[in-house]
Design a binder for this molecule. Structure first.
Ligand code: FE2
Length: 227
């Protein structure tokens, strides 16, 4: 075998090994994300719909708003993991049914920064960590933690904000019953352009509508009763 063909074979083997390592890395990262998600379930932090459904909604909205396919993984991770920082908020505050004090509210409002500080440690999730950091911003600048406005807020964060709010509204909690789908949509529309991004709300409502009809058809019940 000539030295040129030996070098070519070695290079091919090396490339194969790099590919194997990349696959191992991404499969390990996916496992860690699943494990964190399980942890959120165990801590009862995830909201009513299964987080996988939340991720599915985010992807559908992202596709409608022409986010390129190559960027969808980061959107999916952000939808799954945006509230992971709530692990750092004491249960006594997180699950308090009485109104929160200003101090307690300030503690809860740190959770997007906690989520960012966890997700940024994963190599390859830098974008998802930023999306999680900004998922409580409002398009009029009144949100947190940075008070970003409009398009300064990453589109994926604006998507997570809308689907998460809808999910929270229609889900049952130990201290209150979920709102009917129609009322949740009315509230989304009411805050469209102030808290929520209008194009995201517009893209999401038909998806929520369809979801609501499917839940009704499958269970013969309302969205809130099924969650
Ligand atoms: Fe949140």
């Amino acid at each position: 075998m000539s030295s040129a063909s030996v070098a070519a074979t070695e290079q091919a083997l090396l490339l194969m090994r790099v590919k194997q390592l990349e696959e191992q890395h991404s499969s390990f990262r996916d496992s860690v994300i699943c494990a964190f998600n399980q942890l959120l379930d165990l801590k009862d932090i995830n909201t009513g719909v299964h987080s996988t459904r939340l991720a599915e909604w985010a992807l559908r909205v992202a596709r409608k708003l022409d986010i390129p396919e190559k960027d969808l993984y980061q959107v999916e991770v952000a939808a799954l993991m945006h509230d992971v920082g709530k692990i750092g908020v004491p249960d006594a505050i997180l699950k308090k049914s009485a109104p929160l004090t200003a101090e307690e509210r300030a503690i809860i409002n740190r959770h997007p920064e906690y989520s960012w500080s966890i997700l940024r440690l994963f190599s390859g999730l830098e974008e998802a960590s930023l999306y999680a950091l900004h998922h409580h911003e409002s398009v009029d600048g009144s949100g947190y933690p940075a008070g970003l406005k409009g398009c300064d807020i990453p589109l994926a964060s604006r998507i997570v904000s809308v689907i998460d709010a809808y999910d929270a509204m229609v889900s049952n909690r130990c201290y209150r019953k979920g709102l009917p789908h129609e009322e949740a949509v009315r509230r989304l529309l009411n805050s469209s352009g102030s808290q929520f991004d209008s194009p995201v709300v517009e893209a999401f409502i038909p998806i929520a509508e369809q979801e609501c009809n499917e839940v009704f058809a499958a269970a013969g019940t309302s969205m809130s009763a099924a969650l």
